[in-house]
Design a protein around this ligand. Structure first.
Ligand code: KIV
Length: 288
C-alpha cells in the first residue's frame, strides 16, 4: 500500500490549472479542453455521496464522476447493470451539493440511452436539471455516435467511454479490449467517432498502454485512462478501490492509497468493545 501523502514528495501542481489551480468557480468542460492544449494531466475520482465528494473537492480533485460503479461500490448490486436513472439522479444531486469547485459528471445508467438519441436526451436532461451535473457520461463508441451528437447539440457536454464498457458485461465480460490488430483498429474508430460526435473527453478502460498512448496522440480531446497505462491525459479510479474500502481482490490497475476497510473495521470494534465493557460513554460525553 502507498504511504500517506505526508510521507511522499508532493507533486508540483503550481503550473497545473486544474489541480492546485487558484480559481474558486466551478471547473467547466472548457477548462478541460484548455488542459489538453497545455499538455496538463489531471485526476478524476468517482464519488457517490455529498460527504465523500466534499473531501475530494477540498483536496482539489477537479473532476468527479458519479459513476454507475455506484451499483457495486455503493448500492450493493453485483454489477452496474441494475442501476436506475432515479438512483443516478439522487446520487448525482448529492455529489453536486457536496462540492463547489469540481466539474461533476453524471453517468447515464444501462437502459437509459441505448434506445436512441431521444431517450438519451430525456435521461441526460434529468441529470442536468434535477441533479445539476455539468456533464454526462455514456458508454459506447461508434454505436453511441447519434446519442452523443444530439446531447452535444442540445447543450449537454458528454464524456464518452470506450474499451471495456461494464454495462455490456453480459456480452463482453471483464476482459482487456483492443488486443490484436482488428480490435485495436476498432478502438481507434470508436475514439474518433466519439470525438467527431462532439464528446469533450473519452474514458479508455482496460486497453493496452501502447494503444491508449496512440489514441491520446491522435485525438484532440483528452483521454481519461483506467487500466490504460500512463500516457493518457487524465487518470480515473473508483474511490472505494483507491482508498481500500471495496474489499476483495482488486484489478491490477488499482493503486491503493489507504486501507479504509481496516481503519473503519478497527474503529467499529473499538466502539463495540467500549459499549460492551462499559467504558463509553464517560463523564465528558454526558449531559446533566
Ligand atoms: O462507473 C464508473 O465508475 C466508471 C469509471 C470506472 C470510469 O465508468
Amino acid at each position: 500500500m502507498t504511504q500517506p501523502s505526508a510521507a511522499r514528495k508532493p507533486a508540483d501542481s503550481s503550473s497545473n490549472a486544474l489541480y492546485g489551480g487558484k480559481g474558486t468557480r466551478r471547473i467547466t468542460v472548457r477548462d478541460i479542453t484548455v488542459a489538453k492544449e497545455r499538455g496538463e494531466k489531471w485526476p478524476m475520482l468517482t464519488a457517490y455521496d455529498a460527504m465523500t465528494a466534499s473531501v475530494f473537492d477540498e483536496a482539489g480533485i477537479p473532476v468527479m464522476l458519479v459513476g454507475d460503479s455506484a451499483g457495486n461500490c455503493h448500492l450493493g448490486y453485483e454489477t452496474t447493470v441494475p442501476v436506475t436513472l432515479d438512483e443516478m439522479t439522487m446520487l448525482s444531486a448529492a455529489v453536486v451539493r457536496g462540492t463547489s469547485r469540481a466539474l461533476i459528471v453524471g453517468d447515464l445508467p444501462f437502459g437509459s440511452y441505448q434506445e436512441g438519441p431521444v431517450q438519451a436526451l430525456r435521461s441526460a436532461t434529468r441529470l442536468v436539471k434535477e441533479a445539476g451535473v455539468g456533464a454526462v457520461k455514456l458508454e459506447g463508441g461508434e454505436r453511441s455516435h447519434g446519442q452523443i451528437r444530439l446531447l452535444v447539440e442540445s447543450g449537454i457536454p458528454v464524456m464518452a467511454h470506450i474499451g471495456l464498457t461494464p454495462q455490456s458485461v453480459n456480452a463482453m465480460g471483464y476482459r482487456v479490449q483492443g488486443r490484436g490488430e482488428e480490435a485495436a483498429q476498432q478502438l481507434l474508430r470508436d475514439a474518433k467517432a466519439v470525438q467527431d460526435a462532439g464528446a469533450f473527453a473519452v474514458v479508455l478502460e482496460l486497453v493496452p498502454a501502447e494503444l491508449a498512448a496512440e489514441v491520446t496522440r491522435v485525438l484532440h480531446i483528452p483521454t481519461v485512462g483506467i487500466g490504460a497505462g500512463p500516457e493518457t491525459d487524465a487518470q480515473v479510479l473508483v474511490w472505494t478501490d483507491m482508498l481500500g474500502l471495496t474489499g476483495g481482490k482488486m484489478p491490477r490497475f488499482v493503486k491503493q492509497y489507504a486501507d479504509l476497510r481496516r481503519v473503519m473495521g478497527d474503529a467499529a470494534k473499538a466502539f463495540a468493545d467500549d459499549v460492551v465493557g462499559g467504558t463509553f460513554p464517560q463523564e465528558e460525553h454526558s449531559v446533566h
